[in-house]
Design a binder for this molecule. Structure first.
Ligand code: SF4
Length: 342
C-alpha cells in the first residue's frame, strides 16, 4: 500500500520532470527510468498517464492527427529482421508484388482528401531510390493539399537524403530499433548515420520506440527516447511488436496495453513542448488518453502481417475508424466520418 506522503512525493517529482521538459530541458536517463519503473497497474503509472494526457491536450490544442502509410512493395528481403514478415528466410513472401504508380497516387489522394496529415511511402530495404524519388515527385505533383510527404525506406547517405528532398519529400521515418544488431543484421551505427543524414539534409525525422516486445528493458526504452531527442525527431511515440506467425517470434508473447500506455506517456513527457505529435501503434483509446494524439492507418504491403498486401485498410482501421477513435478520446481532427474509402 502506498502512503499519502509517498504519493505526494511522487507527484511532486513528476511535476518537476514535466516542468523542466516543458521549459526545454529533456528528462535525464535516470528520470526516464524513474517514470518507466512504476508498477504498470498502480496509481503512480496512472498519474503519469493522466499528466501526459493533460500535456498532450495543451501542446496539440486538442488536435488529433492521422499518419497514413502505403506499403509499396511486398517481396522477400535478405536482411531477415526477426520481426518482419518480408524476411526471405521465413518463406512467408514468395512472390513480388509492387504497387503501380497510379495505385499509389490514387490512394495518396484519398488519404489526403480524407484528412491524413502524413502520406508515407514505405518500402522494403532495397527499393530503388530513383524509383522512389520519381514516385514522390509524382505524388507531390498530382496530390494537392497540405500534407507531409514521408518515406520509410532503406539506409540513406547525404546525397540520397538530398535527392529525396529535391523530389518533394519532406520527411523520413527511420529508427534505431529495439534489438538493433541482434534481432536485425544492421549495425546500429549505420541506422544512426542515416538519421543524421536525414536531419542534415533539412528533412524532418520521425522515429519511435519500436518494435516493443516484453523482453525489452526500461533501459533500452529510455535509450531510444534519448536517441529521438538527440536526433531532433519531429514525432515520436511507441509501436508494439506484432509477433507474426512463421517468423522467429511467431507465437511469443506481445506487450500488454498498460506498458504501451506508460511508454506513450513517457514519450509525451520527454517531448515537452518541442514535439507536437506522439504516436501509439496499435491505436487504442487508452493510448490516446495517455499522451498520444496520432494514430496510423496502413494499406498495401505490411511487414507485420502474414498477408502480404492489403487493398483496404489493414485491420479494418481506416480514416473513418481513425477519426472516430480520436474523437472518442477527446480530440478534434480533420478526418471526416462516414463514406471515406481509405
Ligand atoms: S524490416 Fe526492412 S530490412 Fe528488415 S527484413 Fe523487413 S524489409 Fe527487410
Amino acid at each position: 500500500m502506498e502512503h499519502k506522503g509517498e504519493k505526494q512525493d511522487f507527484a511532486a517529482r513528476l511535476e518537476g520532470i514535466v516542468a523542466r521538459s516543458c521549459a526545454g530541458s529533456h528528462p535525464a536517463r535516470e528520470e526516464i527510468l524513474f517514470l518507466l519503473g512504476q508498477d504498470l497497474e498502480g496509481d503512480k503509472a496512472q498519474l503519469v498517464r493522466r499528466r501526459a494526457r493533460a500535456l498532450a491536450l495543451e501542446v496539440t490544442e486538442g488536435t488529433g492527427r492521422v499518419w497514413s502509410a502505403l506499403g509499396l512493395d511486398s517481396r522477400p528481403c535478405s536482411m531477415n529482421c526477426a520481426f518482419c514478415s518480408f524476411g526471405e528466410q521465413w518463406g512467408l513472401v514468395r512472390e513480388e508484388h509492387i504497387w503501380t504508380n497510379e495505385e499509389v497516387v490514387c490512394t495518396a489522394r484519398l488519404a489526403v482528401a480524407g484528412g491524413a496529415s502524413w502520406v508515407t511511402l514505405r518500402t522494403t530495404e532495397f527499393y530503388s531510390l530513383d524509383r522512389l524519388c520519381a514516385l514522390a515527385a509524382r505524388v507531390r505533383a498530382e496530390v494537392a493539399g497540405d500534407y507531409a510527404l514521408v518515406v520509410n525506406t532503406g539506409e540513406l547517405d547525404a546525397q540520397a537524403a538530398r535527392q529525396l528532398l529535391e523530389a518533394g519529400v519532406t520527411g523520413v521515418y527511420h529508427s534505431l530499433r529495439l534489438g538493433e544488431g541482434t534481432s536485425t543484421r544492421f549495425d546500429p551505427k549505420v541506422r544512426l548515420a542515416t538519421m543524421t543524414c536525414v536531419r542534415d539534409a533539412g528533412l524532418q525525422l520521425y522515429t519511435m520506440v519500436e518494435p516493443l516486445g516484453p523482453e525489452h528493458t526500461n533501459e533500452e526504452i529510455a535509450d531510444r527516447l534519448l536517441v529521438a531527442h538527440a536526433c531532433r525527431a519531429s514525432l515520436s511515440g511507441v509501436m508494439a511488436r506484432i509477433n507474426v506467425a512463421g517468423t522467429p517470434l511467431g507465437g511469443t508473447k506481445q506487450v500488454g496495453e498498460a506498458l504501451l500506455c506508460l511508454v506513450t506517456a513517457v514519450s509525451r513527457i520527454c517531448a515537452g513542448r518541442r514535439v507536437r505529435d506522439i504516436c501509439a501503434v496499435p491505436p487504442t483509446r487508452a493510448a490516446l488518453e495517455s499522451g498520444a494524439n496520432t494514430v496510423t492507418i496502413e494499406i498495401g504491403a505490411i511487414p507485420r502481417s502474414e498477408v502480404t498486401s492489403y487493398r483496404t485498410a489493414w485491420n479494418d482501421f481506416g480514416l473513418t475508424q481513425a477519426g472516430a477513435l480520436l474523437r472518442e478520446a477527446g480530440y478534434a481532427c480533420a478526418v471526416p466520418g462516414e463514406g471515406t474509402t481509405v
